[in-house]
Design a protein around this ligand. Structure first.
Ligand code: F6P
Length: 362
């Protein structure tokens, strides 16, 4: 056994632009700090199944701009509620003991978990069992508390903004209402930021329930002033006043039991039947999660990755690296798990957008 301290890194939950950039920073800074570093494959499944390999500079060469994760990921496998096949049927068992033993038998003293709220909740539970954990906040949704930015959000927001720019062309030429449904789960960050950046006329977010009448009023106001088209961005978690979210389907065994989707199409039908104006819906879907990260995300990922290793070295365990006032700090994992981080309906960006005439459907 080497006398060098050994740590491991895994990526959990849905893929997200910038995962590879964080892995690269974690591996490179670990090696320069004299640590040995294992990469765990396929998130927490690889931790339970003991799938891990030592990494070096060559393992992370050329991955900075690449989407996805070279380690693989899953948003289903939770060591505390792990599907084991018995007689062909999945039985859910607590496999956290096996996961911890897999770390111990290789002399792994610390674990860096790059993940969203589901993965960070698991990280917090493992930390309570004595594993030295540092978390890195990942998600395009930007819905993790205690940090001003999760990595991946900037890239998703840029992709959604570009989509809005492109939709303007058809909207204007055909005098249509064009609706763009974006991701974000129960938070409206992607819709709000891309809506402002892309000049949307209506921005519908989960934090502000909408009425079809309010949207219609905005469309009519534009028409009476000679602008015969409208652009609407709607977050997948947006809901009508007094109504509920639109569910695409329920997913058994996933970190997220409810898969949102369909509100854009529903809205399109409602607007068309109320106004008689030809309307079309585009669902951006996983295009928001793929592709190369923006320069902002690459820099943030690099800072997060190096800071996570730094936090391990200084013994800041049970923590998550976070961005506050442009500084990278650590916050306790306990203050992160199960706390929603939503758009403030009375916040500066919403109020500014209202001042320039954006309709929020209320
Ligand atoms: O959390 C990231 C996210 O992309 C959400 O915006 C979306 O609701 C969800 O994941 C989709 O997950 P899946 O890839 O499992 O459909």
């Amino acid at each position: 056994m080497s006398s060098k301290k050994t740590i491991a890194v895994l990526t959990g939950g849905g893929d997200c632009p910038g995962l590879n950039a964080v892995i690269r920073a974690v591996v490179r800074s670990s090696l320069r700090e004299g640590l040995r570093i294992y990469g765990i494959e396929n998130g927490f499944a690889g931790l339970v199944e003991d799938q891990m390999e030592l990494m070096d500079d060559y393992s992370v060469s050329g991955i900075l701009p690449r989407g996805g994760t070279i380690l693989g990921t899953t948003n289903r496998d939770n060591p505390f509620h792990y599907a084991v096949l018995e007689d062909g049927q999945p039985i859910y068992k607590d496999m956290s003991g096996k996961a911890i033993n897999n770390l111990k038998k290789r002399g792994i003293d610390g674990l860096i978990v790059i993940g969203g709220d589901g993965s960070l909740r698991i990280a917090q539970k493992l930390s309570a069992l004595g594993v030295n954990i540092v978390g890195v906040p990942k998600t395009i949704d930007n819905d993790i508390p205690c940090t001003e930015r999760t990595f991946g959000f900037d890239t998703a927001m840029s992709t959604a903004t570009e989509a809005l720019d492109r939709l303007h062309t058809t909207a204007e030429s055909h005098h249509r209402v064009m609706i763009l449904e974006v991701m974000g789960r129960n938070a409206g960050w992607i819709a709000l930021h891309s809506g402002v950046a892309g000049g949307a006329h209506c921005i519908l977010i989960p934090e502000i329930p909408y009425t079809i009448e309010s949207i219609n009023q905005k469309i009519q106001e534009r028409r009476t002033t000679g602008r015969n088209f409208s652009i609407i961005v709607v977050a997948e978690g947006a809901k009508p006043l007094g109504g509920d979210v639109t569910v695409a389907r329920m997913v058994e065994g996933s970190f997220e039991a409810v898969r949102l989707g369909g509100v854009g199409e529903k809205l399109t039908r409602d607007i068309e039947s109320l106004t008689g104006i030809e309307s079309r819906c585009t669902v951006l879907g996983h295009l928001q999660r793929g592709g190369t990260p923006t320069p902002f995300d690459r820099v943030l990922c690099t800072r997060y990755g190096a800071a996570a290793v730094g936090a391990y070295i200084t013994g800041s365990y049970g923590a998550m690296v976070a961005l506050q006032k442009d500084a990278i700090i650590t916050v306790p994992l306990d203050s992160v798990a199960d706390q929603p981080h939503n758009v403030d309906p009375d916040g500066e960006l919403v109020n500014m957008a209202r001042k320039i005439g954006v309709c929020f459907g209320d």
